[in-house]
Design a protein around this ligand. Structure first.
Ligand code: 3AM
Length: 182
């Protein structure tokens, strides 16, 4: 029997109000004619793309996530950019806080042991705002960064529907402050 495979990834998911603002930023800061702007509900920051996964791989990824410890952090989102090859427009944090780097680098080895491929390209924190975009942003940065207090990470299923990608959060793990001295 062929087992159903879900397309999965780990991500940070912005709260709805921030997602709506990011969606507005996409409209204001990019010449978006012919591009496809992500809906507010689609905007996210990918931590690790797992790809099509069977039930065993899914369970393995969840076990790894449950062992990962990292503290909460705040992202200041203001850098805007465009990658011509995948043709995406994005917003990124001005700096990746050590807790974000710790989160990603603690997920990677366990997921590698589950058999997931670790992308050899360096991971770059970003939130895709537009696809099929041909032009760079109108400005390189927002005057005022959008602040995002991140206190959890999530496992997401991606489904491709005729109207575009639909994402469903399957599970959440809290980020927890480390005990002093611990
Ligand atoms: O967060 P962004 O939008 O940069 O492009 C996909 C999206 O990235 C990426 O995973 C994120 C959630 O869908 N993605 C899709 N297929 C991929 C693949 N084969 C991939 N990343 C790496 N390899």
């Amino acid at each position: 029997m062929t087992e159903a495979r879900q397309r999965l990834f780990f991500a940070l998911w912005p709260p709805p109000e921030l997602a709506r603002r990011l969606h507005r930023v996409a409209g204001q800061q990019f010449a978006a004619r012919h591009a496809r702007r992500l809906t507010a509900a689609q905007i996210h920051l990918t931590l690790f793309y797992l790809g099509p996964s069977d039930a065993d791989q899914h369970r393995c990824a969840e076990r790894v996530a449950a062992t990962v410890e990292a503290p909460p952090f705040t992202l200041a989102l203001s850098r805007l950019g465009h990658w011509p090859r995948p043709r995406v427009g994005w917003i990124a944090p001005d700096e990746s806080p050590p807790a974000l780097i710790a989160l990603v680098s603690r997920l990677q080895p366990g997921l590698g042991e589950c058999g997931f491929r670790i992308d050899p390209r360096p991971w770059q924190a970003h939130l895709t705002l537009l696809r099929k975009l041909r032009r760079p942003p109108l400005s390189e940065a927002l005057e005022q960064p959008l602040l995002w207090a991140v206190d959890e990470f999530v496992l997401v299923e991606s489904q491709t529907l005729p109207r575009g990608a639909q994402y469903r959060i399957l599970q959440r793990w809290p980020l927890i402050k480390e005990a002093p001295g611990g």
